[in-house]
Design a protein around this ligand. Structure first.
Ligand code: FAD
Length: 385
């Protein structure tokens, strides 16, 4: 369709005509209307550029993803007179799967006659599990070493990524796939109910710009998106060169969900307290500490903290560094390219993120920040518009 046809079909022909008549009389009117069809004139998606410089970085963090090659631990074990329901080891997908694996843990708790329940851990997994148990009529106490913001969950990107580093598919049992799918579907439904509530969860546009179509990273054990579940969020759409402002050859767009981490955790923790839940600062150092708790049923949501207590050799950290830029109001999208990505949250624009398997060091590296800033600066400087 040429420009003239477009104006006729959209009914703008008469407006254009009028404008033309007026503009022939006065040149100021023409410049006044020049921006009116800004998008039509440019012909591609207008995406605000991210302002990047090292002096706009206000925070750097390194979080440790709790990775298990066989997938999160979700079994039940009996320790003396205590029933322990495990719910830990979610890798890079703990935010996304929190409600889903929380629901699996809830079903196991409800299969016991007990209704006074202990939840160990106050991360995104522990809080979601505790809320679900309350919704089923349980009286819940959270026992935890730390509360937000001093937990791993506070150091996450905060995007819907239920398959990210969730297992090593060459190690996980085939039946894990259906457990993951059940958890993913449940979580997805739950997040739909949270959208629009104080901005704790939101839909954003996500652009990916690569020089060539990236290979699926699922084969990389602790490094990638292991599974796919089509139909939950819109598929990626490839954009033609004319439709996007990036220099890259292979550009896609899709809508995705993000979680505004600080407000999200506060919201759910407040709900937990409002429904009569209790939070006790209490470190579990050994199994005897669990035995000493008054509750007979205990849900273990201690993330990496479960490793020494349960002697879990499989549980390994995958460290990830994020560098936080001052928020930029007009930048409200998520972006991925080779070696770097960013996500615009309410509390800042988070650049990242890498993944180092087996690394326990949480010291941020200036070089990592500089590397990501340099990659993104180049992308932004090459953008049209
Ligand atoms: C850089 C990075 C980016 C990420 N991005 C995403 C993302 O975009 N989307 C996504 O879905 N996931 C993401 N993740 C993964 C996600 O953050 C984790 O899977 C999730 O935070 C795990 O939650 P959790 O509640 O199990 O653990 P934690 O948040 O670590 O909570 C564990 C809780 O247990 C308590 N605890 C630990 N040890 C003990 C003890 N001995 N006694 C008592 N209490 C104890 C802690 O104090 C804490 O309260 C990311 C992670 C990182 C590091």
């Amino acid at each position: 369709m040429n420009r003239r046809d477009f104006f006729q079909k959209t009914g703008l022909g008469s407006l254009a005509l009028t404008t033309g008549v007026v503009s022939s009389c006065t040149s100021t009117t023409q410049s006044q209307f020049a921006d009116k069809h800004f998008h039509i004139n440019r012909g591609y998606h207008q995406i605000p550029k991210l302002r990047l410089s090292m002096d706009r970085i206000v925070k750097e963090t390194v979080g440790l993803r709790p990775f298990r090659a066989s997938g999160p631990r979700l079994d039940t074990e009996q320790l003396g007179n205590k029933t322990i329901v495990h719910n830990y080891g979610h890798g890079g997908s703990g935010w996304s799967l929190s409600w889903g694996t929380g629901n699996i843990a809830r079903q196991k708790v409800l299969a016991t006659p007990e209704r006074k329940i202990a939840v160990l851990g106050c991360g995104t997994v522990g809080i979601a599990t505790a809320r679900l148990l309350q919704e089923s009529g349980c009286e819940v106490t959270i026992y935890t070493k730390d509360v937000p913001p001093n937990i791993t969950s506070n150091l996450a990107t905060g995007t819907w990524s239920p398959a990210s580093r969730v297992c090593d598919p060459t190690v996980a049992k085939p039946e894990f796939r259906s457990v993951w799918e059940e958890a993913t579907r449940f979580s997805h439904r739950r997040f739909q109910l949270l959208l629009g509530m104080d901005d704790i969860a939101a839909w954003v546009e996500e652009y990916s710009a690569f020089d060539e179509q990236p290979a699926r990273s699922g084969a990389v054990a602790a490094g990638g998106e292991v599974y796919e579940l089509p139909g939950l969020i819109p598929e990626r759409v490839r954009l033609s060169q004319k439709e996007h402002p990036f220099k890259a050859e292979y550009v896609t767009r899709r809508s995705n969900m993000i979680f505004n981490i600080p407000t999200y955790l506060r919201h759910h923790l407040n709900d937990f307290l409002m429904f009569g839940g209790k939070v006790k600062i209490h470190e579990i150092k050994k199994l005897e500490d669990i035995d000493a708790l008054p509750e007979k049923v205990v849900v273990n949501c201690m993330g990496l903290g479960a490793k020494p207590v349960f002697n879990d050799e499989e549980l390994t950290p995958v460290s990830g560094q994020l560098s936080c830029l001052i928020p930029q109001t007009e930048v409200q999208y998520k972006f991925n390219t080779k070696g770097a990505n960013f996500i615009a949250r309410k509390d800042g624009i988070y650049l990242g993120s890498n993944g180092i398997v087996g690394n326990w060091d949480t010291t941020p590296s200036k070089e990592q920040t500089e590397k990501v800033v340099t990659i993104l600066q180049k992308v932004m400087s090459e953008m049209r518009g």
